[in-house]
Write a protein that binds this ligand. Sequence first.
Ligand SMILES: C[S@@+](CC[C@H](N)C(=O)[O-])C[C@H]1O[C@@H](n2cnc3c(N)ncnc32)[C@H](O)[C@@H]1O
Length: 221
Amino acid sequence: MLTALQAHADLATLADTYGSDKASRLPDEETCYPWIAHTYDALYEFLFPTARDSVQRVFECGIGSADENVLSNMGPKGQPGASLRMWRDFFPRAQIVGADIDPNILFQEERISTYLVDQCSPVSVEQLWEAVGPGQFDLMIDDGLHTSDAARSLFEGSIHRLAPTGWYVIEDVLLEQFPDYEAWLEAWPGPKWFAVPDGERWGLIAIRAVEPGSDQGLMHS
Ligand SMILES: C[S@@+](CC[C@H](N)C(=O)[O-])C[C@H]1O[C@@H](n2cnc3c(N)ncnc32)[C@H](O)[C@@H]1O
């Protein structure tokens, strides 16, 4: 049962509730990660303005390891599962699937299931989708290793799971690395949108599926 807060909360409030760095309203020193929060909430709320109830499935690579020996970890006070719980509350009817290279942070709870993956390995990505089983996703997020090669491997092995009206978002792309991503994304016939929130050194790439029977995609990039 959702509380009134969860059913109406915005992404930044939910990110603070669970400890995701996607957005925050807290003073910097009160968050559980050692950097300034992103401001990605505006983009996600723009992509899903009124459709919170209709989103059925969300996938995110990057559960949020607090193990400092794991690349791209959230720091020692990190809260594994934070963004998965944030999505679960933000999309009240959705099943949430998470995946990560750290086997110690996998968990199952209400509407959330998680799986092991090394996003750099096409074989591991293929095994992930075998384990998850059939079905497409309304939102797929890469918040994993944050290198162009890793993003490419996950994208190429996973984009077939994006629903025709869905969004695939690659987070935390360093501004100076946008061209590296652009180079391989050029092959994708669907629309791509490169976004950099105000004042951030990092941006996002939002990718749309290609409409069935079309070689244009749903809108022009
Ligand atoms: C920034 S954290 C994710 C934060 C989380 N999405 C949130 O908002 O709370 C990045 C995650 O990527 C995972 N990771 C690093 N390398 C990976 C790889 N090769 N394949 C899959 N996950 C990886 C790390 O273990 C870590 O949990």
